[in-house]
Ligand binder design. Structure first.
Ligand code: MG
Length: 300
């Protein structure tokens, strides 16, 4: 039996192309991924848009005048879709720590913050892992988690994409709500040390202590199929425990070859990475089936 493995390009392929942009997703298609991980927020006029931060990230965003934004930037929640579309997010801010983190990223000037609907149209076959960006520690910074989740689901349904998406969030309220509405869809439960330590907020109900301190057991109790932990917090024992509970394990954000090798040896069911090209090397050496490269739509 061929082992199913989900290679997920993080924000497209952040290490190589501008994150969370149509241009970046299109370019990353040519590498070959099963899914794109991306981040979903809501504009003031209720349109799901794809950007990681709750406001335009000053490390990637320039205004309509071409000037780099300085913090604090406005919240997406306070900007209309038309206002959000004015930012250029096609280049890392020169000299920033963020630019130093991704020296291989090729700029694509003019790339905009896209709508979720436009991103789903990038390719008819690739999957999308939609991270719902709500933060229970900043309840006024976004629409309520349930509103963001329902808006994202509506776009997915309108785009006929329910069969090739999963929903995830550190804020479990959104996916939990969607799972009640659509138990047939795929869900991933994101965790890291911070959200586990403050589970009263991020999980809104269950607590690791209710499960003998076991995060995989807490995830299994939610009923979703996928646990998405921070990779540095994962152990081989935890992967085995999750598998015994019937969960798939897809850690984030795995960028180093040695980490990819170790995690694949532990039997993880996928990787979320800024460098799907590097993952191909390790997957091939491990005998995993590689997702095929896909031509960008303009070249078909
Ligand atoms: Mg994300």
């Amino acid at each position: 039996m061929t082992r199913r493995f989900d290679l997920q390009g993080h924000r497209g392929a952040r290490g190589l192309f501008p994150e969370n942009t149509i241009e970046g997703f299109r370019a990353a298609l040519a590498i070959g991924v099963d899914m794109f991980e991306l981040d979903v927020g809501l504009s003031a006029d209720g349109i799901p848009v794809v950007h990681h931060d709750l406001g335009p990230n000053p490390a990637v965003a320039r205004g309509a005048d071409g000037a780099w934004l300085d913090p604090p930037t406005p919240l997406l929640h306070a900007l209309t879709r038309a206002e959000i579309a004015r930012y250029d997010v096609g280049r890392l801010r020169p000299g920033s720590a963020y630019a130093a983190q991704f020296p291989e990223q090729r700029p694509i000037d003019g790339a905009r913050i896209p709508t979720l609907a436009a991103v789903l149209d990038v390719d008819p076959a690739v999957g999308f892992n939609l991270e719902l960006k709500t933060d229970p520690t900043r309840p006024d910074a976004t629409a309520p988690s349930i509103v963001v989740a329902e808006a994202a689901l509506a776009v997915v349904e309108q785009g006929g994409a329910t069969g090739r998406v999963m929903f995830e969030s550190f804020d479990w309220r959104g996916p939990r709500h969607l799972r009640r509405l659509r138990p047939d869809l795929r869900f991933a439960w994101l965790t890291d040390a911070r959200s586990v330590a403050d589970a009263a907020l991020w999980w809104d109900g269950p607590h690791p202590g209710d499960f003998g301190g076991s995060v995989p057991r807490a995830v299994a109790a939610e009923g979703g199929g996928v646990w998405a932990p921070a990779h540095a917090e994962l152990t081989g024992e935890l992967v085995a425990e999750a598998h015994d509970l019937g969960l798939s394990v897809i850690p984030w954000t795995v960028n180093q070859l040695a980490d990819m090798r170790r995690l694949i040896a532990w039997g993880v069911d996928g990787l979320i990475t800024d460098y799907p090209d590097r993952a191909h090397v390790v997957m091939a050496a491990s005998g995993l089936t590689l997702p095929p490269p896909r031509l960008p739509p303009s070249d078909r």
